[in-house]
Design a protein around this ligand. Structure first.
Ligand code: ACK
Length: 304
């Protein structure tokens, strides 16, 4: 019944088509497990590589997120947002068909020590960070339907063949129908990336995404998941990143040693300073995402 309102005209795939494209969902084609099911790689008859998300069970939450995902990104096209080619709703089968992203997730590239180019190349990290900021600016400001993503994190950013980052997983995204006023809502997201006002009171604005982006930017500089920076026994604790970084010593100490010394460390420190603005405890004091892009690209001064 949740599926009734969907516009299945846009990019409807048949189950047969997807079964053929993924070689009957062969294990060898499995890319991994997502929020609400398995993800397979496949190839359409015209040669287009695709990634297929298959809803595993009849979980209510999964169904809700599936419907939400389609409603949110069907028709959206931006170089830093994963393209949804279409979906398939046939009997019990619920499938989402995306553009294929050759280099998996940013979490994979940053945290799993698999010799990705991202590990040792500062300009690539910088480019990835700017790309995510641009994708988020688009969702917040440029799209007709203003959108809060609610689950920005390293595993929800995918990388294509040339390491262009694209925001994915819109299962929790919400439209800001009231335009810029806050929505108080059930809290859902990922511990460690959630803004304090949202985690504590469900107070949701674009600035919640800005906070998550700030945590992600720190991870991009450090090459480590934010979990590493919190007391192990209490993942729920809300960190004051400025205090955490002070304890580390100087900001430069946060920079990933895998980057070596042959790059402009000033730029890394600039990125940390921008991330700290984004993780300000007060949402009103965080910059907007377009301001973040301007700061990252050097068109706007960073407030000290
Ligand atoms: O981090 P990963 O290797 O990249 O593991 C996850 C897994 O599937 C479950 O989400 C991968 N994945 C998701 N969407 C895509 C896509 N469009 N292209 C390639 N891989 C994807 C993701």
């Amino acid at each position: 019944s949740d599926l009734r309102g969907l516009d299945l005209q846009t990019g409807a795939f048949t189950y047969r088509q997807i079964k053929a494209a993924t070689d009957k969902f062969a294990d060898s084609n499995k890319l991994g497990e997502g929020g609400f099911g398995s993800v397979y790689m496949g190839t359409l008859l015209d040669g287009t590589p695709i990634a297929v998300k298959k809803l595993s069970s009849k979980s209510k939450q999964g169904n809700r997120e599936f419907v939400n995902e389609i409603g949110m990104i069907a028709g959206i096209q931006h170089p830093n947002v994963v393209r949804l080619y279409g979906c398939c709703v046939e009997g019990n089968h619920l499938l989402l068909v995306y553009e294929y992203m050759e280099n998996n997730s940013l979490a994979h590239a940053l945290f799993e020590h698999n010799n990705s180019k991202l590990e040792s190349d500062w300009p690539t990290r910088q480019r990835v960070c700017v790309g995510i900021a641009k994708g988020l600016t688009f969702l917040h400001e440029d799209s007709v339907l203003k959108m809060v993503h609610r689950d920005i994190k390293a595993s929800n950013v995918l990388l294509n063949a040339d390491l262009t980052p694209k925001i994915s997983d819109f299962g929790l995204a919400k439209l800001d129908e009231e335009k810029n006023t806050h929505i108080t809502t059930r809290v859902a997201g990922t511990i460690g990336y959630m803004a304090p006002e949202y985690a504590l009171w469900g107070y949701l604005t674009y600035k919640a995404d800005v906070y998550s982006f700030g945590v992600l930017a720190l991870e991009i500089v450090a090459g480590e998941n934010n979990i590493k920076y919190r007391p192990t026994e209490d993942y729920f604790c809300l960190l004051d990143w400025a205090v955490v970084l002070k304890q580390k010593g100087s900001l430069i100490d946060l920079v990933d040693p895998r980057l070596g010394s042959g790059f402009n460390k000033k730029e890394a420190v600039r990125m940390i300073k921008i991330a700290l603005l984004c993780t300000n405890k007060s949402p009103a004091l965080r910059p907007t995402m377009s301001e973040v892009v301007n700061m990252l690209e050097g068109r706007m001064k960073i407030k000290e």
